[in-house]
Design a protein around this ligand. Sequence first.
Ligand SMILES: [Zn+2]
Length: 261
Amino acid sequence: MNINKNIVKKEKNGINYIQFKPLLDLNIKHAYTLKSDNLIVKTTGYAGTINKEGYKRVCSAIELNGENVVLPKLHHTENVKCIDKVYEHEELEDIDGLITNKKDIILATTNADCILYLLYDPIKKVIGNVHSGWRGSYKRIIENAVDKMISEYQSNSEDIIICICPSIRKCCFEVDEDVKNMFTQKFSFLSNIDNFVGKGEKQGKFYIDTVGINNELLKKKGIKEKNIYDCEICSFCNKEEVHSFRAEGKNFRVATAIISL
Ligand SMILES: [Zn+2]
């Protein structure tokens, strides 16, 4: 796995994880878990229940209290919720993005190929955690998260830092023509959409660069390019270390991204 200038890779208490340098520099506790011995944060894939022991291990590795994890039931929606208390997993149906300005709340999401975004506004002290698979990217959830930081917490878009966790990238995200057409139609307003959607290597297959499309949307929202920090890790290319639904199949496990003020 290539460790670029935006991230560091660590191991503590048997938990392997990466962290983003700009968030570390600003003292924001966070982690994205890599494959680790016996670590289970959900019982099964996306539908399973939260594994509190797993979360306690992850949280203790970065000195957080694992009791305060808020993990919604992710469902590939565009829905982003402001969090002001510790909700149970079962209480948050159909939520794929979380935002808070409260300390001692840990915002969590999980993935296996989908994009997870960690957001931070260092001026208004607001954090976010967003799950955006191809469906969430199609529904433009990352824009909803930025809009909510602006409307609910008076953030300015030029202050917001965006960190992009490991996900399946354009090198491996092969789709059929119907999904390709959905994206070219939906994002036809992007003058450079052809940079992000194209013919795959196999006959009748196509690729989509969902990270690239979302970056364009973020820049249109006023996010500064220099404030977007991408780990540039493809989950499928790095399936030895990163959870990948396409690599692991129906018994896949998930990684988690956590962040707390
Ligand atoms: Zn790849």
